[in-house]
Design a protein around this ligand. Structure first.
Ligand code: ZN
Length: 237
């Protein structure tokens, strides 16, 4: 079984040093670089030149370990938008953000995890083939659907529980992960969702939570969970 760590809400002018610390917990892990998926919000990413330079630099240095995912241009929940607006919002992201990166952006992380039937068309029109969301109930597919539908990879584990933005204990998270692993032997992937605010205490980066994250990464590896990226599932059969 594999595990994906998804870091949402990579955006300009918001906890930007915290965002980089979290990314580096994966790339500079004591066991060697580990994969991390970054959900970028497009509209202010480029304007924050410090953050965008730091992220772009890391995608060059650690190209096989970072996946850039589309967390849309506006970060508005897609279900609040018409089909055309969904298409345009993602198109704006692809037009402005894709040129910054050498890798092809193929994954959509739906803002607030909401999406609807129109989202599929918005994805097709913008060459996105993988959808990551906490919710699967509204889907006409549950796991890996092929053909004309995007691959859907459900996100099962939340690093923090809304509205409390605090990274949960690595022991509890590991328990949840291992329970999910034992109950769903046929499931191929577990996705853990992280937010920058999980690692910020209101004033500064909470270094102890970054250490907890490093420990969780190590525990996953110790339990034979291979860290991976969404794009590794492109074309799964
Ligand atoms: Zn978000």
């Amino acid at each position: 079984m594999k595990i994906i760590f998804r870091l949402d809400d990579i955006q300009g002018f918001y906890l930007n040093k915290t965002q980089i610390e979290i990314i580096d917990a994966f790339l500079k892990h004591s066991s060697g670089p580990c994969p991390i998926n970054l959900g970028l919000i497009g509209y202010n990413f480029i304007d924050d030149s410090w953050l965008s330079n730091e992220v772009i630099k890391r995608t060059k240095e650690y190209s096989e370990f970072i996946e850039i995912a589309c967390h849309t241009w506006s970060h508005k929940p897609l279900i609040m938008l018409s089909k055309e607006e969904q298409i345009d919002d993602i198109k704006e992201f692809k037009n402005k953000i894709q040129p910054l990166f050498k890798q092809e952006i193929i994954t959509l992380i739906a803002p607030e995890n909401y999406f609807n039937e129109d989202t599929y068309e918005a994805m097709f029109k913008n060459d996105l083939s993988i959808l990551s969301s906490v919710f699967t109930v509204e889907l006409p597919f549950q796991k890996f659907d092929l053909g004309n539908y995007p691959i859907s990879i459900p996100a099962n584990i939340l690093g923090s529980h809304y509205p409390n933005p605090e990274f949960r204990s690595p022991e509890i998270l590991l328990d949840e992960i291992l329970q999910l692993k034992s109950e769903n032997a046929e499931q191929e992937i577990i996705t853990v969702v992280l937010h920058p605010s999980d690692f910020f205490n209101g004033n500064q980066i909470e270094i102890s939570r970054i250490k907890d994250l490093s420990n969780l990464i190590q525990s996953c590896k110790d339990n034979n969970l291979e860290l991976t990226k969404f794009s590794d599932f492109k074309g799964i059969t």
